[in-house]
Design a protein around this ligand. Structure first.
Ligand code: SAM
Length: 312
């Protein structure tokens, strides 16, 4: 049924944008003691080896985390006291999974969220993954962290799982907050409309949740339409929003060179976007500082750039 495997794409520029924003959003939510329900509707396998056959075949991390990691190594270390430095925070997260300084592992959203959450403080993490192989890998990987009952791995449709998860159940005597990451592979065309429907439904169930939706920027009408629909939904629900996009541009060595060299892979995704509903007020300044540095490391030719807009 599914051909998409995130192992081919782990650590690419899209993961950099998504995970940088995810960590910056989490940091803000964790400032308050109120417990948070974390929902990852499309979780993937959780942890990836960058030297695996999958990652090596696609080589996408080379245009993502690998460049960023090398650029950071060439610079003096960031001030560890600079809590608002989202890029340094992201790189420290990746470094935590590569303690010997060699970049071998890339943490997916489940591992990032699990590392940041406060299991003792009532935070809960629900991970939905439908692919049988990735779901098994996710269960195995997460089990190694011995996370206890605060983390559940569910081999279910993430859109349906989200509907059943909202509003978040109360924690103790008080309400719980919620952070939702919606990160489908979009290999099925109706993923675009399912995302918009899931946001419409979620805002009715729980208008104050923080929702992060990742999408690819590709020449396909549904992909162009999705941010427009998300903007309309955000306005209709009177919720603030933030929209970030990152394009690394076209490679200076065109795909034809790779094809001539007998390498059949397609040129790959060049740009993606992230729509955030109810973003923390700290997210825009954090991305404003981080994205120019990300672009300086990853931008590679014509069309490179980033955008950052907010409203509501
Ligand atoms: N969120 C992950 C991260 O940041 O590390 C990456 C997720 S990857 C882009 C999308 C995943 O969704 C794939 O592993 C795919 O198998 C899974 N998937 C596809 N359709 C799904 C559905 N309806 N419900 C749950 N998972 C699904």
């Amino acid at each position: 049924m599914f051909s998409y495997r995130h192992a081919f794409h782990a650590g690419n520029h899209a993961d950099v944008l998504k995970h940088l924003a995810l960590i910056a959003t989490m940091r803000h939510l964790l400032r308050k003691p109120t417990p948070v329900l974390l929902v990852d509707t499309h979780a993937g396998a959780g942890l990836y080896r960058l030297d695996s056959d999958f990652a090596q075949t696609a080589g996408e991390a080379a245009d993502g985390i690998v460049r960023l990691w090398e650029a950071a190594a060439a610079k003096p270390a960031a001030d560890p006291g600079a809590a608002e430095d989202a890029l340094a925070d992201y790189l420290q997260m990746i470094a935590a999974f590569n303690p010997d300084g060699q970049l071998r592992y890339y943490p997916g959203s489940p591992f990032i969220l699990q590392r940041l959450m406060r299991s003792e403080g009532g935070d809960r993490l629900k991970l939905f993954e439908l692919h049988p192989t990735d779901s098994r890998a996710l269960s195995r990987n997460i089990a190694q962290l011995k996370p206890g009952r605060s983390v559940s791995v569910l081999r279910q449709d993430g859109f349906e799982g989200l509907r059943a998860s909202l509003p978040p159940p109360p924690a103790g005597t008080g309400p719980r907050r919620a952070l939702v990451l919606i990160d489908p592979s979009y290999e099925i065309k109706n993923d675009y409309s399912r995302v918009a429907d899931a946001i419409a439904d979620s805002l009715k169930r729980y208008a104050t949740g923080t929702y992060l939706v990742w999408y690819p920027i590709i020449p396909r009408p549904e992909a162009h339409e999705l941010p427009r629909r998300l903007k309309t939904l955000s306005h209709q629900a009177h919720r603030p929003w933030l929209h970030a996009t990152l394009s690394i541009g076209a490679a200076s060595t065109p795909a034809t060179a790779a094809v001539q060299a007998g390498e059949p892979r397609r040129p790959g995704l060049r740009a993606s976007g992230l729509w955030v509903i109810n973003p923390p007020h700290t997210l825009k300044p954090a991305l404003q500082a981080a994205l120019p540095q990300v672009l300086a490391a990853l931008g590679r030719g014509s069309g490179k750039g980033y955008t950052l807009e907010s409203g509501g």
